[in-house]
Design a protein around this ligand. Structure first.
Ligand code: ARG
Length: 586
């Protein structure tokens, strides 16, 4: 495995060398290299430098250019405008760097030298409750971050912080005791996720109704909470049934999402029960938290309610109960001290941002987070309906995730069927699922997470525009060309001149490694999605301007096949990081 420096970094280095040769005093100045439309690259750094040195920028730029020795990477450097450099690289340099990428299984993408351990908290639905689109976002974005970070060499620990604890379990368990067959399965055979959820749903509604209408049941339910917290065995066993039943449902949804969620990584809220008392003790003894009207609270100067009074983070309620915050603080201790995390990433709805702000600040005051260990919420926005309002059914109910996914698969199957040339029914069904699920994931990943986005299936499965379907078809088209090539093989030919669209495609391919580093560092999977869309667009232009199998010479056929194959591999790798399949035929 060899990491390949991009042409951008090579050019940057040449310019930096030229700068320090021409101006030894300015050795550390940054040439500020960017991709450019006018040439391959543009460097703007000399402008700022000239200002700083009180020199003439154009003269300075000319001096720098003269200080760069002749080489076979830079074809032309032109001083333009007030003192920019327009840089064109040679065709052979482009093919050389791409050939080096093609020779590497990782496409030349380097490992991050300062990789650490990141715990990613994502895909965290709640026991006995239906999953909704918010859980979809967390799962999709989180899974992409897992893959992207692992690809850069980061050690990733996955944590599914499911909601499996709380006072509502008193009511549920008590109801199950009084109606012992409510979770029974209809047959001996394996229960479906659908059936599991519908049982849970019915039980949830019935117990809630009883709780609200029957004072005596309410009292029994509350007593049951006490038993649960005291660790009463019978009560715990019933609680476990709810968790197990819910997991059957969760896994069926994750499976439909083509997502690999492992049981050992599911550490729900209950997983931190043993730590809660100590977490509170540490916070209280260190003075980070204080008692206020019986509750254990942490106060912040900048968190106030509408009345101007401070709103504290409540770590322990005045009745002694622990809530969401105590659990999250204990989870931080576990992740930092036991899992040895250097970064904690929380893929959670933006509506919980205040909670995490307070939790992180508390952990910092306690010393659990510090300069060596950071915590970040990768906050995502709300999923909106076509009408721009939060996603609801016509009846105003939350949309069931499963229905949504099924509809996406149906729509995608229709698209696949329409375009299918030589696919069997079974293949259409398989591709329909890959395209439909890919479309849902891509729609989620292609806008920056913080923004709300519209869930619009028509747009998502469209063949044109910024959709996964477009990317999947680009990939399948390349595979079809490679199959049709017969004896002609992809071979790089550095001696050939390149057409403009070949150069543009090549330079974009060469930027993959840098793009991955940026995507990982910024926790911004939408940047990878945008890169892949641009890649497919460059490929489309190349394909329409440059005949591949009918190119003029056998060498040109080989070289274009080489560009096709590297494009396909890059698309495949990038899509895989986003959790999206690339079928070989569509
Ligand atoms: N279960 C929560 C919900 O559905 C999300 C959990 C987020 N993670 C955490 N560590 N608090 O909203």
């Amino acid at each position: 495995m060899a990491s390949v420096p991009s042409l951008a970094s090579t050019v940057q280095q040449r310019l930096a060398d030229g700068l320090s040769a021409a101006l030894p005093d300015a050795a550390s100045a940054d040439p500020l290299l960017r991709r450019s439309d006018r040439a391959d690259f543009q460097a703007n750094g000399i402008l700022a430098l000239a200002k700083q040195l009180k020199g003439n920028p154009r003269e300075l730029a000319t001096k720098v250019v003269e200080a760069i020795p002749a080489n076979d990477v830079l074809k032309e450097i032109e001083v333009s405008g007030p003192g920019f450099l327009n840089i064109t690289v040679t065709d052979s340099a482009i093919i050389d760097t791409l050939a080096a990428r093609a020779a590497d299984a990782r496409l030349g993408v380097p490992f991050n030298e300062s990789a650490g351990t990141t715990v990613i908290d994502y895909a965290q639905p709640n026991v006995a409750k239906e999953m909704h689109v918010g859980h979809l976002r967390s799962a999709v974005i989180g899974a992409a971050m897992v893959e992207i970070l692992e690809f850069t060499g980061e050690t990733v620990v996955r944590r599914h912080h499911i909601g499996d604890w709380g006072t509502q379990f008193g009511m549920l368990i008590q109801f199950l005791i009084e109606h012992p067959h409510e979770l029974d399965h209809s047959s001996e055979s394996e229960v479906s996720g659908e059936e599991a959820m519908s049982n849970l749903n019915r039980l949830y509604k019935a117990s809630r109704a009883l709780f609200d209408s029957d004072e005596e049941f309410k009292t029994r339910a509350r007593a049951r909470v006490v038993d649960l917290q005291a660790g009463d065995e019978e009560t715990l066993a019933l609680w476990q049934r709810f968790v197990d039943e819910s997991k059957i449902y969760f896994y069926s949804v994750f499976d439909k999402l083509d997502m690999d969620i492992r049981d050992g990584d599911v550490v729900g809220e209950s997983g931190y029960n043993d730590m809660l008392v100590e977490t509170c003790r540490i916070l209280e003894e260190s003075g980070v938290a204080v008692r206020s009207e019986g509750a254990l609270c942490v106060f912040f100067d900048d968190v106030k309610g509408p009345d101007g009074n401070p709103v504290p983070l409540i770590v322990q309620k005045s009745d002694g109960g622990f809530g969401y915050a105590a659990t999250d603080l204990s989870a931080i201790r576990d992740r930092v001290q036991n899992l040895k995390a250097t970064s904690l990433l929380y893929v959670v709805d933006a509506r919980q941002s205040l909670h995490f702000k307070m939790v992180f600040e508390t952990a910092r005051r306690a010393g659990w987070l510090n300069d060596e260990v950071k915590a970040v919420q990768l906050a995502f926005g709300t999923v909106l309906g076509k009408d721009g309002k939060p996603f609801k059914t016509r009846e105003g109910e939350t949309v069931r995730l499963v229905d949504l996914l099924d509809e996406a698969i149906d729509r995608a199957s229709a698209v696949v069927r329409e375009k299918a040339q030589d696919l069997t029914e079974a293949e259409i069904a398989e591709r329909g699922a890959q395209v439909g699920i890919g479309a849902v994931k891509y729609a989620d990943l292609s806008t920056s997470a913080a923004r709300d986005y519209k869930f619009d299936l028509d747009q998502m499965v469209s063949l044109n525009g910024d959709t996964s379907v477009y990317l999947q078809y680009a990939y399948a088209r390349i595979q079809s060309i490679l199959r049709k090539a017969g004896d002609a093989k992809p071979v790089a030919h550095r001696e050939l001149g390149l057409a403009a669209s070949e150069r543009a495609l090549g330079l974009h391919l060469d930027g993959f490694g840098e793009l991955i580093a940026e995507t990982a560092a910024e926790y911004a999977p939408h940047k990878l999605a945008a890169y892949l869309y641009q890649l497919a667009s460059h490929y489309t232009t190349f394909y329409s301007e440059c005949p591949v199998l009918k190119a003029d010479t056998p060498e040109q056929v080989e070289n274009r096949l080489f560009l096709c194959e590297l494009t396909a591999r890059t698309l495949h790798q990038g899509m895989a990081l986003l959790g999206i399949r690339t079928p070989e035929r569509l």
